[in-house]
Write a protein that binds this ligand. Structure first.
Ligand code: NAD
Ligand code: IPM
Ligand code: MN
Length: 352
């Protein structure tokens, strides 16, 4: 029997609530299948831990996590701890340290999911974002000069390396090719006259090896408009770290809401563990109320199953989410229901 060793960082706010359901679901899948099992190891890292210890995770945290096959993360961030500390010292440092340079985020309208776009059909919203996940606007490079003085200056660098751009763009081409889909690059070369000119150039260069892939290149402002007006234009999408962050929350909004948006932080070479997480945050406004929707986490669990080669189960979980949505019997308040987070998790388990 194969054992998948998973490090769990439930984190803050609704993180622990949704992760409990994700674990319940993964254990139910393994029990039903019988050929593999999960071994979950919990790490109490997050903002409470920070308040007690003065750091988000111990100095050897990355070393500790490196021994696992994958990481399952809830959400990080809580009032009282500056976001740039809590996120940089836990989530972002994991993405970077483990070279999880692909952030794969499906933006797919499932059957039964609410959509604010008039007349949109499920087949109109079926895209996958390949977000660069280790550099770009999130490189963490910059300086803060003359702090607190009249001549204070802040510089935040965007760092776009040839290697960093080529590998994410190549991954997106490969994905589009394997699925027979078009590939859209989203950038902003009219204003960002170094980074995005470079990005566009690499998109064209890498594309020479993929003549069969139909490509589009949009400016990010126009792309955000088209995602709302004509979402059908987008199939596989590749974009930079910050644009991908913003556009996938927009994607969540058109595909059922934050409670249904999943993401996988992948190190495709599998040299380091990959990390699976819902893309939403710790939602302090609903934490502790039982209102959190765990389906985004279940979808991330489906991505985890795909990653471990259990694609049949990955697909089954998506089918089950669709069943739960279309039956409309057990849904959390964000989807118009009255069920709690754990009742939705139980319903998914019952269907497994
Ligand atoms: P958020 O995603 O936490 O919440 C935005 C809105 O969506 C809120 O109204 C919230 O109630 C709702 N929402 C989010 N997830 C939901 C779910 N599963 N079910 C139902 N409703 C849900 O974003 P925010 O409020 O901007 O950020 C809150 C904190 O989370 C901040 O500290 C932020 O830095 C952090 N954050 C962390 C991550 C992460 O850990 N991956 C991602 C985004 C934000
Ligand atoms: C996300 C989040 C993170 C990001 C934050 C919390 C640093 O918004 O995963 O989408 O911007 O990548
Ligand atoms: Mn985000």
């Amino acid at each position: 029997m194969t054992t998948h060793k998973i490090a769990v960082i439930a984190g803050d706010g609704i993180g622990p609530e949704v992760i409990d359901e994700g674990i319940k679901v993964l254990n139910a899948v393994a029990a039903k299948d019988g050929s593999f099992k999960f071994e979950f190891t919990h790490f109490p890292w997050g903002c409470e831990y920070y308040k007690e210890n003065g750091y988000m995770m111990p100095a050897d945290g990355i070393e500790t996590l490196s021994k696992f096959d994958a990481i399952f993360l809830g959400a990080v961030g809580a009032p009282g701890v500056p976001d740039h500390i809590s996120l940089w010292d836990l989530l972002l440092i994991i993405r970077k340290s483990f070279d999880q340079y692909i952030n794969l985020r499906p933006v797919k309208l499932l059957k039964g999911a609410p959509c604010p776009l008039k007349d949109a059909k499920v087949e109109d919203i079926d895209m996958v974002f390949v977000r660069e996940n280790t550099e770009g606007e999130y490189a963490g490079s910059g300086s803060w000069l003359f702090k607190g003085k009249e001549n204070e200056v802040v510089i935040q660098d965007g760092v776009f390396s040839r290697k960093g751009c080529e590998r994410v763009i190549r991954y997106a081409y490969e994905l589009a090719k394997s699925q027979g889909k078009s590939l859209t690059s989203i950038s902003k070369a009219n204003a960002l006259n170094y980074s995005m000119v470079f990005w566009d150039q690499i998109f064209a260069e890498v594309g020479k090896a993929y003549p069969e892939v139909k490509t589009y290149s949009y400016l990010v402002d126009a792309a955000s408009m088209f995602m709302v007006k004509v979402p059908k234009r987008f199939e596989v999408v590749v974009t930079s770290n910050l644009f991908g962050d913003i556009l996938t929350d927009l994607g969540a909004a058109i595909a059922g809401g934050m409670g249904l948006a999943a993401g996988a932080n992948l190190n495709p070479e599998r040299k380091f563990p990959s990390m699976f997480e819902p893309i939403h945050g710790s939602a302090p406004d609903i934490a502790g109320t039982g209102k959190a929707n765990p389906l985004a986490t279940v979808w991330s669990a489906s991505q985890l199953l795909d990653f471990f080669g259990h694609e049949d189960w990955g697909k089954r979980l998506i089918d089950i989410i669709e069943e739960v949505l279309t039956e409309e019997k057990v849904l959390t308040p964000d989807l118009g229901g009255t069920a709690t987070c754990s009742e939705v998790g139980d319903e998914v388990v019952r269907k497994i």
